[in-house]
Design a protein around this ligand. Structure first.
Ligand code: B12
Length: 442
């Protein structure tokens, strides 16, 4: 068979006011451009798990949501789904099926809503696709009738036995970053987190040698790749994290990852990360006030417990030459309209190199979605396309939805202003210089 893998990448946001502001604010737009073009690692894994004897090709949907003409030459097309692009994905799937092409859908969104997806796809897959995919391919070969495959019905995925994602299929597409997974899952259970729906399983690290093997496969197709670790929380295990950094150092890479604030507690790890090429860590600070954090992380109240250490932890990480992208969620139940001033004050006091503000978003399958639905606080039910992290689609508790939107516009203009950005960037360079002088004296 000829199998097509179809990714729908890019960034999504609908609020016209925010888009207008975004277009005029350099800091904001630069970041969007940087992250918008990443290949779909999930599909590259599927390619690697495809049984021999089939031709596999990777495609990206066009920026207007249409599919490239070549996918119609495939016998089977695999589509990977996120909520924000799900209606575009369903429309493409409908067109393909009408033209006689078999369609398989998997990924985060359809894992939560397989019945919805089954109206648009021949084969729907819930959970991690690695083990299930060969069975889907076999079903398509035999033209079996539509059905849903659940990863939980197959042997669990062993992260110590993952193949090399088929980076070679990306050809010369202009990706500015390549994704690699070092681990799957996160020990924390934040009520808003959309990744957890996939990862009902425990936090699983990969063997360091496999990670290096995968990076070498990227280097074989791109000379100086910037690596983005597509993890939920990379440095949970500090001992393993150090081993990983020691192995990365000789590769002379630059990389980015998402992790939690506890990396700041281990200066040796921070040193090793810098030497290994870590350029930025993205950390969910979530709120500039402690009161709004209570209960958000449902296992051990991690976010509330670590709140008091944020400013100091950011200083420690950045003084090691690693920039921090601190993320705030606006509209948590504990937030009042004062939160916008409070985030700005934090941004003017603690020089985060990058700062990200997003709207509280009820992704399907999350405890947050369940709670807001129960409380009748979702504004447009089933508008998954609004799950962008930038569009307001719920009634906040401590303010009205229009107040939340207005506050975000107000904060966006100020937080990403030239003046505020310069303060944050200069602050980072100053911290790094001071740390170097102290280290030199020591
Ligand atoms: C890299 C990344 C991106 C890249 C994606 C590149 C791409 N083409 O895929 C970019 C930067 C483009 C991106 C954009 C966005 N992202 Co993003 N992103 C991630 C991130 C950090 C890693 C994803 C990843 O690579 N995972 C590793 C792979 C191996 O896992 P996977 O994709 O789940 O694939 C496995 C299974 O799902 C399954 N599978 C997947 N697809 C298929 C298909 C078939 C047929 C089968 C059988 C199986 C299968 O098998 C795979 C292997 O086990 C996640 C966080 C996370 N940890 O997941 C957020 C995340 C996916 N993003 C998120 C969001 C909100 C967005 C944006 C809406 C942001 C915005 N405003 O624009 C956009 C949406 C883009 C879009 N077009 O819809 C949310 C999505 C939640 C949801 N329910 O949709 C996440 C979970 C972050 C979060 N916690 O909130 N993102």
């Amino acid at each position: 068979m000829k199998i097509g893998l179809l990714a729908l990448s890019g960034i999504r946001a609908h609020d016209p006011e925010l888009l207008k502001l975004g277009l005029t604010l350099p800091g904001f737009v630069d970041r969007s451009r940087t992250i918008a073009s990443l290949p779909s690692l999930g599909l590259l894994y599927l390619a690697a798990c495809t049984p021999r004897g089939h031709a596999v090709e990777y495609f990206e949907a066009e920026s207007d949501g249409s599919e490239p003409a070549e996918v119609y030459r495939c016998d089977l097309v695999a589509i990977s789904t996120f909520s924000a692009q799900i209606f575009e994905a369903y429309a493409i799937a409908d067109r393909l099926r009408e033209a006689g092409v078999l369609v398989a859908m998997g990924g985060l969104h359809v894992t939560v809503l397989p019945e919805e997806a089954a109206r648009h796809a021949d084969y729907v897959v819930t959970g991690e696709g690695d083990r299930v995919w060969p069975h889907v391919v076999a079903a398509a070969e035999r033209h079996e009738p539509p059905r849903t495959f659940r990863a939980s019905d197959y042997a669990p995925v062993d992260t110590a036995d993952l193949p090399v994602p088929r980076y070679d299929l990306l050809g010369s597409r202009p990706y500015n970053r390549f994704t690699v997974q070092t681990s799957r899952g996160c020990p924390w259970r934040c009520d808003f987190c959309a990744s957890n729906v996939m990862l009902g399983q425990r936090y699983r690290k990969r063997p360091v040698a496999d990670i290096i093997r995968d990076i070498r496969a990227i280097q074989a197709v791109r000379e100086h790749p910037f690596i983005e670790f597509a993890d939920d929380n990379t440095f949970v295990d500090k001992h393993w994290g150090k081993e990983l950094c020691r192995a990365l150092a000789p590769l002379h890479l630059h990389w980015f990852t998402e992790t939690d604030i506890s990396v700041a507690d281990d200066p040796e790890l921070l040193d090793l990360m810098r030497v290994a090429g870590c350029r930025q860590v993205l950390i969910g600070l979530e709120s500039p006030t402690a009161s709004a954090l209570g209960g958000i992380e449902m296992r051990a109240d991690f976010k509330a417990r670590t709140f008091g250490r944020h400013a100091d932890a950011i200083r420690r990480i950045q003084s090691h030459g690693i920039t921090v992208n601190g993320c705030f969620i606006l509209g948590l139940d504990g937030h009042t309209p004062a939160v916008f001033e409070q985030v700005l004050a934090f941004g003017r006091m603690v020089p985060l190199y990058d700062v990200q503000i997003t709207v509280l978003t009820a992704f399907p399958g999350t405890p947050l979605h369940e709670r807001l639905s129960r409380e009748g606080r979702i504004i447009d039910k089933d508008r998954w396309d609004l799950c962008t992290l930038f569009d307001v689609n719920y009634e906040p508790r401590g303010m009205s939805a229009p107040e939340l939107k207005a506050g975000i516009y107000w904060l966006t203009e100020r937080l990403y202003s030239d003046e505020c950005t310069a303060f944050r960037r200069n602050g980072f360079f100053k911290m790094r210089r001071e740390h170097r002088s102290v280290a030199a004296l020591g």
